[in-house]
Design a protein around this ligand. Structure first.
Ligand code: BGC
Length: 809
């Protein structure tokens, strides 16, 4: 931790009330205003959590895209997650970001939760441990985190207004527990949620923010609002949220100044906020009260001689990437393989050398590597399964079926032009695809006040003859021309509902255009754009699809390929309309005709492997018809390379389920995400996830903790003394392997500790697992330890416990 002593009170005493209050609201979409008079830089924030998007929500500003949080949690590996955190810090420094708006610590209460992929687990202990490793990793790299969304933001429907009714015991033992853990790990920031809890919106929740978080837990960091969540002057100021984002408008400013002058809000509440912001800035390297600009922060590694140069970030961050650059591409690939979870395997995997593969599915060619919403980043490249396997195995590709609801972005190069009212060119920017997005910041040289139109230009060379489909995805007026002729001229109006959903999952308008193979077509898409409420938001996509031979022919072609090859690998995925921020899921089915495709391919070739490319549970009705099911989650930018590593046996799939996988939605014990009279009642109490499955008696498809790997293990012995448990396991297979030893204990036999071990064939390893004291405690107006004898059990999942011992607590 930084040991430089900064006299925050002295700095605060140099500021007048308007200056202090100005600091409490964003200067724009992603930053707080600088105060040069006290050496405070502009403090820059960015989403999170799979990469660091930076201030430019745009493909022109690429980022490393790691696997999604469900995948990170599936590694059950705090060391690996810590390294991922360090990489994110390196990315943040490269982009001039001081505060990473991550990790997401809400829970997998219902599999229908739209941001399920963005949360770690159904288990509060696993969530807390993985979350703490993430926080520690990022902050060790000198960048702040804001674990979010405090608290009970476990679903999306009516998220701005919904009131979650949850009992005190469930709140403490389940929903607050991961937050308590990361506060103990030393989080420098935290983000409050949009929703209310027990009648008070979280931004104004004095009891939970001032009382529990800042009081009881002694949190000395900075509480940032979720975007636009501060909706009141006094109540939010008294409620404990420190910073209202974004800005510059908002309910504080002049109105808060008046509230302070009139004695409705004490000035000490403003000073406390300023102190917390300054502390955050000092920790993240954005405060230089004496004017000094050190080469690196105290406690952070310095650049090696000849190492990476100082980062010239937008926020003027004077950090250097120290301790050697982390190779983001290599780490993304390593994390992906370690997260892949082998659910079933009749021995078909790993594939023998020389296996001829029929690779089938839309997602095999266009992997879905991340979920939708603010968690999106723009990677420089994405390795699809097809690209990853090509050159490493003999591959025949077939689409099989196309489940996409919206067309994919037109492949680039595409040029974006920014024009003023008179048609004068303000700037031009190359794009990798037809996806055009600038949120918060327009490209350099574009003055938002003058911007009147954004235009995409592409010279598209058709590869096949026939009716191509072009589409416009977005809201507002659009004019699409092909070789100068208008083919679409429309005003697209989004459906009413969550404004974020309208933007995250916008409507689409399609048009069919005949094209001839080998010919090039000049496409122009013009869209009047400007500032929305003072914020620059440009977001639309020019989509494209080749002519399709029709679904029946696609299926027949896939079956022919499956029959002709040694093994069929079907990559099945959810679509952007299924897993995203802004809305919840309606069901757990794989979209389109993918289930039908898998059953047909399995009938054509018994050696069919299904690769499930989804961030959260989907029903797998064909799971007993296929030779293996491998879950890749949303695997990040190196998807295909990691998949080839695992399928071909160069790497073992290391994942274990961080959430119980239902066979059918109808069996899941807790599902409700739709408010009734503005409320969602968590009436299941403390039992969500596997404890709820156990209580309900229903059998899931796969239990929490399940995952196979490529070797076998025996659980040999267990010894337990208090909260220290030692377990011996032996690798009984014929290749080296990695095992996640899980220990369950306490009144509800919940996860109390875990460790990752590796062993050579025949080798026995001992691991000592230190159990969480909370596992033996219940909340009854305070934590009470349940004293007496307890069973502790070690095993491979919540339902596969191999050894047990008794301890006295
Ligand atoms: C999301 C946050 C995110 C913020 C900024 C909100 O809509 O809920 O998770 O950090 O936007 O993009």
């Amino acid at each position: 931790m930084n040991t430089v002593l900064v006299d925050f009170d002295e700095l605060i005493s140099r500021l007048d009330l308007p200056a202090k209050i100005r600091l409490l609201t964003g200067a724009d979409m992603w930053s707080l205003p600088p105060l040069p008079e006290i050496g405070l830089d502009r403090l820059v924030m960015s989403d999170g959590p799979i990469g660091v998007r930076g201030e430019h929500w745009s493909a022109a500003d690429p980022s490393i895209a790691l696997p999604s949080p469900t995948a990170l949690a599936a590694t059950w590996d705090v060391e690996l997650v810590g390294r991922a955190g360090l990489l994110l810090a390196q990315e943040a420094r490269r982009k001039g970001v001081h505060v990473l708006l991550a990790p997401t610590l809400n829970l997998h209460r219902s599999p229908l939760g739209g941001r399920h992929f963005e949360c770690f687990s159904e288990d509060p202990y696993l969530t807390g441990e993985i979350g703490a490793a993430y926080v520690e990793g990022v902050q060790e790299g000198g960048v702040a985190t804001t674990p979010k969304h405090f608290v009970a933001n476990d679903f999306e429907t009516d998220r701005y207004t919904v009131d979650v009714r949850v009992g005190e015991r469930a709140l403490r033992e389940v929903y607050l527990r991961p937050f308590e853990r990361v506060v103990r790990a030393g989080a420098w920031g935290l983000m409050t949620a949009y929703n209310g809890v027990n009648g008070t919106t979280m931004t104004e929740h004095a009891e939970l923010v001032n009382g529990v978080l800042k009081g009881e837990w002694g949190f000395d960091g900075c509480v940032v609002s979720d975007w636009t969540a501060v909706r009141s002057t006094e109540a939010a100021a008294l409620g404990g949220t420190d910073v209202a984002m974004p800005g510059p408008s908002g309910p504080w400013g002049r109105r808060l100044e008046a509230a302070v002058r009139e004695g409705r809000v004490p000035e000490s509440a403003v000073d406390d906020r300023v102190r917390r912001i300054l502390r955050l800035a000092e920790r993240a390297g954005a405060l230089h009260p004496a004017g000094e600009r050190p080469a690196g922060p105290a406690g952070a590694p310095q650049a090696a001689p000849g190492g990476p140069a100082e980062v010239a970030g937008a926020g003027g961050i004077d950090r250097v990437a120290g301790g050697g650059e982390i190779d983001g591409v290599a780490l993304a690939r390593e994390v992906a393989a370690r997260a892949f979870t082998l659910l079933t395997n009749d021995g078909v995997l790993p594939l023998a050398p020389g296996t001829r593969i029929a690779l089938i599915g839309a997602a095999a060619r266009e992997a879905r590597v991340m979920g939708g919403g603010s968690a999106q980043v723009f990677p420089e490249h994405v390795v699809s399964p097809l690209a990853g396997l090509t050159g490493r195995a003999e591959v025949t590709y077939a689409l099989g079926t196309d489940p996409r609801v919206r067309l994919s972005p037109l492949p680039g190069p595409v040029t974006a032009q920014f024009l003023d009212r008179d048609g004068a060119l303000l700037a031009e920017q190359p794009l990798a695809t037809g996806e055009a997005r600038w949120i918060g910041h327009l490209p350099p040289g574009v003055d938002g006040a003058r911007l009147a139109e954004v235009r995409l230009l592409a010279a598209y060379r058709a590869e096949v003859s026939g009716e191509h489909e072009l589409s416009v995805i977005g809201a507002g007026a659009f004019r699409l021309t092909v070789n100068g002729e208008s083919v679409l001229d429309a005003e697209i109006v989004p459906e009413a509902g969550d404004p974020a959903a309208a933007f995250l999952s916008p409507p689409e308008r399609r048009v069919a255009v005949p094209m001839t193979a080998g010919q090039t077509y000049e496409l122009t898409l013009a869209h009047p754009s400007g500032r929305l409420g003072g914020l620059a938001i440009v977001s639309f996509t020019l989509g494209h699809a080749d002519p399709s031979p029709g679904e029946d022919e696609l299926l027949a072609e896939a079956m022919r390929a499956a029959t002709a090859c040694d093994v069929a690998i079907v990559v099945a995925a959810t679509t952007p309309e299924v897993e995203s921020e802004g809305f919840d899921r309606a069901d757990l089915r794989l979209p389109g005709r993918q289930d039908e495709l898998i059953s047909a391919v399995a009938a054509a070739n018994p050696r069919t492997v299904v690769v499930v490319n989804a961030g959260s549970p989907v029903e797998l009705p064909w799971r007993d018809e296929v030779a293996a099911v491998l879950l890749t989650w949303f695997p990040g930018q190196e998807a295909g390379s990691a998949l080839a590593d695992v399928l071909l046996g160069a790497a073992e799939p290391g994942g274990r389920l961080p959430t119980t996988w239902p066979a059918r939605l109808a069996d899941a014990p807790v599902t409700a995400v739709t408010p009734v009279d503005g409320r969602v009642v968590y009436d299941e109490g403390v039992d969500i996830g596997y404890p709820a499955w156990r209580r309900s008696g229903a059998e899931p498809a796969f239990w929490f903790g399940h995952g196979l790997g490529y070797t076998t293990w025996s659980y040999d012995s267990i010894a337990a003394e208090g909260t220290t448990v030692t377990v011996a396991v032996t690798n009984t297979g014929d290749r080296p392997g990695r095992e996640v030893v899980q220990v369950y204990a306490g009144p509800r036999r919940t996860l109390a500790g875990f460790d990752v071990v590796t062993a050579e064939p025949g080798q026995t390893v001992l691991t000592t697992v230190f159990l969480s004291e909370r596992a033996f405690q219940v909340w009854e107006d305070g934590w009470r330890t349940v004293e007496g004898e307890h069973t502790v059990a070690a095993g491979r999942s919540a339902a596969d416990l191999r050894l047990s011992a008794t301890v006295k607590i």
